[in-house]
Design a protein around this ligand. Structure first.
Ligand SMILES: [Fe+2]
Length: 346
């Protein structure tokens, strides 16, 4: 078995491959690492056949959907997953065949209703059901402390004590542990009585993970993150530097329209000399009146350089092939000490 761990922050993804056939499965991939997975698989001579999420993640952005499109391979989750983009929904006991490897699903609800652990050869991928020295929390949507108790004590902890444990999170840099070690040392597993365990889990008072709303929205629906929207827009637009724009204005060689897409108050407080004003929210409504020449170069800016990237992508999609986004926004322009004009559109 070929085996790679990708650790980012506290998140862990695993690439497991069959040496004989080069087939591989990728477990819990994260959106920020999409390129790394493809490179790792190529380096090891592996072809990823399955993209598996052990559960609906609330604390990071899953890459399964994007990788499924890129690699044209199925997304695998437990049957209880709410995500509409899942191609293969496993039930407890079912196997994924990855070359000579057999990856077996064990439904382990508790952290979430759709949590599953995956056993293959000498190891188990526990997702957030069992962590090294901890367990997944049960206070997020579809969490259930009683279910977690059963999933642990009647499920994953019944595996052979020598089984290696690879969790979806590890914050202290430990590579793995074993079922036997966890049973002996994991503080949460010392509450062996169901009522005690539930009471402990219900009184952890953990802070909410950052990005929880966006992670649940995108992981449950297959929708895009704001960062993805921006990256997709940025990929189809050219940019102009602040210094280049300043030089064009100063040399009176500004042969393009400068378009400010912020709200009116922000525009009147201070804008780039000669800029036209068309708020992003009204772009599609007023584009035909305001921008009559589709061949003209249009330099778009906003406050931070993000909304202008989206607006530029929209303009290009509408046929404005000369639309360019400012690399940066008015905030950076002001901070650079570049000239600002106040008042209405002149
Ligand atoms: Fe989780």
């Amino acid at each position: 078995m070929l085996f790679e761990t990708v650790a980012t922050g506290g998140c862990r993804s695993y690439l497991i491959g069959c040496e004989e056939t080069c087939a591989a499965a990728l477990i819990d991939p994260e959106l920020s690492q999409v390129d790394r997975y493809a490179v790792l698989a190529a380096r090891d001579g592996l072809r990823i056949k399955y993209l598996v999420d052990t559960h609906t993640h609330a604390d990071h952005f899953s890459a399964t959907q994007q990788l499924a499109r890129q690699l044209n391979v199925p997304v695998v989750m437990h049957g209880a997953s709410p995500a509409p983009f899942v191609d293969l929904r496993l039930q407890s006991g079912e196997l994924l065949v990855v070359g000579k490897l057999r990856i077996q699903a064990m439904h382990t609800p508790g952290h979430t209703r759709d949590s599953m652990c995956l056993t293959v050869e000498d190891r188990v991928f526990t997702g957030d059901t069992l962590l090294i020295g901890g367990t997944g929390r049960t206070d997020l949507p579809s969490g259930d402390a009683g279910a977690l108790y059963e999933s642990l004590f009647d499920g994953v902890l019944k595996l052979d004590p020598s089984t290696k444990v690879f969790p979806a999170h590890e914050y202290k840099g430990r590579a793995h542990t074993t079922i036997g070690q966890e049973l002996a040392e994991n503080p949460r597993l010392q509450k062996r009585e169901r009522g005690e365990f539930i009471e402990m889990m219900q009184n952890l008072n953990l802070t909410m993970p950052t990005h929880i709303t966006e992670a649940l929205r995108t992981n449950m629906t297959g929708g895009k993150t704001v960062a993805q929207m921006l990256a997709e827009a940025a990929a189809i637009v050219p940019f102009m530097s602040l210094a280049e724009l300043k030089a064009c204005i100063e040399s009176h060689k500004c042969d393009f329209t400068v378009l400010d897409v912020r709200e009116r108050d922000a525009f009147e407080e201070g804008h780039v000399q000669g800029a036209r004003h068309l708020p992003r929210g009204q772009l599609e409504l007023r584009v035909n009146q305001e921008l009559t020449d589709p061949t003209r170069r249009i330099l778009v800016y906003c406050e931070f350089g993000r909304v202008s990237t989206l607006a530029t992508a929209t303009l290009r999609q509408m046929g404005f092939r000369g639309a360019v986004a400012l690399d940066g926004g008015m905030k950076a322009w002001r901070e650079a000490g570049y000239p600002v004009v106040a008042g209405k559109e002149g």
